[in-house]
Design a protein around this ligand. Structure first.
Ligand code: NAD
Ligand code: MG
Length: 407
């Protein structure tokens, strides 16, 4: 029987890796919907590649181009936030949630309400709306399969174990491009340097989060909700080779690890085929050449974002929501070359302190309340960002912007 899949965020890094998994086994899967933010041509090309029934673009301005690119094909098209929410809420066997940022939370919640199994790449469902999102998943009784490589590893490692026997879960972190850098050098980091991840090829937002180590902080929050563990049972270890993705320590002292190539097609395929396993079409891990696997403690002084995430976890979901929102906005500003790299954790810290002063760090009671708190936190973060913005002379010139439209 074929599995019918919808891909939310089909034009991104995860979305495109998913497409290559689906292309390799056309008999096993069919694609209902593919969605994107504004890149009409990439969405049209993707829809054709996977033979999708529907393509939905969030930005209505891009609709004419999408229509034109898909003219003469059977692919139906639609645009706008409402169309995106509607298509996300249509019933399929599995929804791949691969939109970046808090923008992915509402569509994923709609997919949960439709009763779809969820392959979850969008970690913001849990970093923005943690306990509320998990309550929704429980209420609708849907399968929640983690795509994030570390969490996918933990999910596999926990099979056959009683959670009462689990003493600790340890996520590995590559350490990002600035692992050995001094604190002083970090303040001069450029956008291009921060985007150049040594191991993983990913979207811009998560690449910057990997460079600040905020990604690992967000992943601790993600793990807390996925596996129902207290923060004291969760840990991070730096492992620059990214061969081991996670460890599970059992209460008798046994430490189990999951190893595999640093290729997101692996965890994506695991979720797509679950509960079955596919035959690996890619090269298996060459064990005999793994001669140099190293592990070290993260430096929380040089990479304060990880400590901020740990502190937010102690405070609870309201603080996690604010942390996630402030970080998302600060990363967007850094990507536009408006603030320095080291401003990112500073903005998050200030926004958390200010939100606490306003009494905002209470537990949001629903996914919608978490999204409302996300919006409030962004307003506060935007205020904190104002005085830190670079002067006009430091911003990219019109020429630089033309040669790189995302600057
Ligand atoms: P990306 O930036 O490459 O792609 C994002 C996708 O979301 C694109 O299809 C884009 O069109 C769509 N999108 C962006 N903004 C949107 C909006 N406002 N509304 C609707 N759609 C929108 O991102 P990515 O690296 O593929 O990451 C996607 C998610 O997966 C993130 O939450 C990230 O943390 C998580 N993740 C990614 C990786 C990875 O290797 N890339 C690994 C683990 C987890
Ligand atoms: Mg990860």
């Amino acid at each position: 029987m074929t599995k019918r899949i919808s891909i939310l965020g089909a034009t991104g890094s995860i979305g495109q890796s998913a497409v290559s998994v689906l292309e390799a086994d056309r008999e096993r899967f069919s694609v209902h919907a593919v969605t994107a933010d504004s890149n009409a041509l990439k969405l049209a090309e993707t829809a054709i590649r996977v033979n999708a029934a529907v393509a939905v673009i969030r930005d209505p301005v891009a609709l004419p181009l999408l229509k034109q690119a898909l003219a003469g094909t059977p692919v139906k098209v639609a645009a706008g936030d409402e169309a995106l929410a509607d298509i996300a809420g249509e019933q399929v066997d599995l929804t791949l949630s691969a939109i970046v940022g808090a923008a992915g939370v509402a569509p994923t919640a709609a997919a949960v309400r439709a009763g779809n199994s969820i392959a979850l790449a969008n970690k913001e469902c849990l970093t923005c709306a943690g306990s509320s999102f998990m309550k929704l998943v429980a209420r609708y009784g849907v399968n929640l399969l983690p795509v994030d490589s570390e969490h996918n590893a933990v999910f596999q490692l926990l099979q056959g174990h009683d959670m009462a026997d689990v003493a600790r879960i340890t996520l590995t972190a590559s350490g990002g491009p600035f692992l050995g850098w001094s604190k002083a050098r970090l303040s001069d980091v450029t956008r291009a340097q921060a985007l150049a991840h040594p191991v993983w090829s990913m979207g811009d937002k998560i690449s910057i989060d990997s460079a600040t180590l905020m990604n690992k902080g967000l992943e601790l929050i993600e793990a807390r909700y996925l596996f129902g563990l207290e923060p004291r049972h969760l840990d991070v270890v730096i492992h620059p080779q990214s061969v081991v993705h996670a460890f599970v320590t059992l209460r008798d002292g046994a430490v189990h690890a999951e190893l595999g190539a640093a290729d997101m097609r692996r965890p994506i395929a695991h979720c797509f085929y679950w509960p079955e396993r596919r035959t690996e079409p890619f090269e298996a891990l060459p064990l005999a050449s793994l001669t140099d696997l190293t592990f070290q403690k993260p430096d929380l002084d040089r990479f304060p974002a990880l400590q901020l995430a740990k502190d937010a976890m102690e405070k609870g979901q309201g603080a996690e929501t604010v942390l996630n929102a402030a970080n998302e906005l600060a990363v967007a500003y850094f990507l536009e070359n408006r603030i320095a790299f080291t401003d990112i954790p500073a903005i998050v810290r200030q926004t958390l302190a200010e939100s606490e002063r306003y009494g905002l760090l209470h537990e949001p009671g629903s996914v919608e309340a978490a999204l409302e708190l996300d919006r409030e936190a962004r307003v506060i973060a935007a205020r904190m960002l104002l005085p830190r913005q670079k002067s006009a002379s430091q911003k990219p010139t019109a020429q630089e912007r033309r040669s790189n439209p995302t600057v």
